[in-house]
Ligand binder design. Structure first.
Ligand code: XLS
Ligand code: NI
Ligand code: NI
Length: 444
């Protein structure tokens, strides 16, 4: 990675984070993430494709539902939302990513540049910051994993954006997304994310659900048209989340998103960006949602974080659980790994972790947890016993009547004849759940 010509240092006293190996006691070193180390024939950095998010890491203030007041010390902030401040923050992001050795970042349009008095002025602010982002990308080699539009902070979106009851709001959201796709293209973004924001409802009493869903389908088609028109080659993703801020979000989980995309003929145009804490809020494990997406050929990217099982909201904590990252990487590797996607830390420090150095501890921990999960998953795959057990479990489908069913060669009549010949049918194979759980623990 090339060095940026940084004039001001925002994280003084913290150098590039080295890999020191599992025996290191240095909190500002990687114990497991060794970017060039080869796993399954590919460097770790290319498997994981880590990304830092602008909204939490650069714009977060440590707010929670009982205080919007800044709790986090960020000495470079001047307390304003000026364009000047926005330009300065670009330097903060790139210094952070460089020191951490992260190859990507992700942002919402409104994270990077302030809104102006009207859309025209807002777009102008955005263009100015995009020029700065582009300069830093060129100087550092750090790229944009995905861009997106913030369609949930401004009060105009209180009833939703694409699913708003008001057509002018839909139009404004369309204009905003049009511009956000353009700047993502300008910055060579590998993808573009649609997260539902406020696309959902608080009460069905005032909601025409059919109409809102039709509008959301139309909105995504307009975005696909625009992508084609400007020749943006990046991947579109939709990010499932079941609730928060609304009582029910339309993109509630992987299965609901896939069904929505299928119903509105969008399946070939969008993959899924799955977030751990969203899967668990939906009552699923992250691995479940990854498998649902993978089976449909729609596993795109992940927002890496974790929730707190005792709390019922999106706490967006940094992932540290090796069991979780092992499960995630088992499924990611099974479906061939990331192409355009990556491991995007949509995660934030706790309010109490208010110093800039806490951002380093948090990301180092998340990166190490994923590196470890990757290595463990690769060892489980090389060992082969788990895959072989699953293969054996379905062996009756590999030939005879099983193969005939899969190949759709037989109907109910042939199956009845087969069953009558068999007499009593018994499945003699144990599921061996406990044995397999023990097997996984051999590697952790
Ligand atoms: C919020 C979402 C959001 C998306 C991007 O819960 O995770 O951060 O990732 O709009
Ligand atoms: Ni997210
Ligand atoms: Ni989230």
């Amino acid at each position: 990675m090339k060095k940026a010509h940084v004039s001001t240092e925002f994280f003084p006293g913290i150098g590039p984070i080295p890999y020191e190996g599992p025996d290191s006691k240095n909190p500002l070193a990687f114990k497991w993430y060794n970017p060039e180390e080869i796993v399954e024939g590919k460097p770790m950095k290319d498997h994981l494709r880590f990304s830092v998010v602008y909204w939490h890491t650069i714009r977060g203030v440590g707010a929670d539902m009982f205080s919007m007041t800044r709790a986090w010390q960020r000495p470079w902030e001047d307390g304003t939302d000026s364009l000047e401040m926005a330009l300065k923050r670009v330097g903060v992001l790139f210094e952070f990513c460089q020191k951490l050795g992260v190859p990507f970042y992700a942002f919402h349009d409104r994270d990077v540049a302030p809104e102006g008095r009207n859309l025209r002025e807002t777009n102008k602010n955005l263009d100015r910051v995009v020029r700065e982002l582009k300069k830093y990308q060129r100087d550092t080699g750090i790229g944009l994993l995905w861009g997106t539009a913030c369609l949930f902070v401004h009060p105009r979106y209180m009833h939703g954006a694409a699913t708003s009851c008001n057509a002018d709001v839909f139009a404004h959201a369309a204009a905003q997304v049009k511009k956000a796709i353009e700047v993502t293209h300008e910055l060579d973004g590998a993808g573009y994310v649609f997260w539902g924001g406020r696309e959902g409802y608080s009460t069905l009493l005032n909601t025409d659900m059919k109409r809102e869903l039709d509008h959301l389908g139309a909105f995504l088609h307009l975005a696909v048209d625009w992508k084609k028109k400007i020749g943006f080659p990046g991947q579109f993703y939709i990010e499932p989340k079941p609730k928060e801020p609304t009582k029910h979000q339309y993109d509630s989980d992987a299965a609901a998103c896939l069904n929505f995309l299928r119903q509105y003929n969008l399946l070939g145009h969008l993959k899924l960006n799955l977030e751990t804490n969203h899967a668990t809020l939906a009552g699923h494990t992250m691995q479940h949602d990854l498998e649902v997406a993978g089976a449909a050929g729609a596993l795109g990217s992940i927002d890496a974080n974790t929730g707190d099982l005792l709390l019922g909201w999106d706490t967006d904590q940094f992932p540290t659980d090796i069991y979780l990252t092992t499960q995630i990487m088992l499924t990611v590797l099974k479906y061939g790994g990331f192409t355009t996607g990556g491991t995007n830390f949509d995660a934030k420090c706790r309010r109490e972790s208010f110093e800039p150095v806490d951002l380093f501890h948090a990301h180092i921990g998340g990166m190490d947890a994923f590196a470890r999960g990757l290595k463990i998953a690769a060892r489980i795959r090389a060992d082969g016993r788990l895959a072989e057990f699953v293969r054996q479990r379905y062996a009756s489908w590999d030939n005879g009547i099983g193969r005939d069913i899969e190949k759709r060669k037989v109907g109910f009549e042939e199956l009845e004849a087969h069953a009558l010949k068999l007499g009593e049918v018994r499945n003699n194979a144990s599921g061996r759940q406990e044995m397999l759980e023990n097997l996984i623990n051999e590697f952790i």
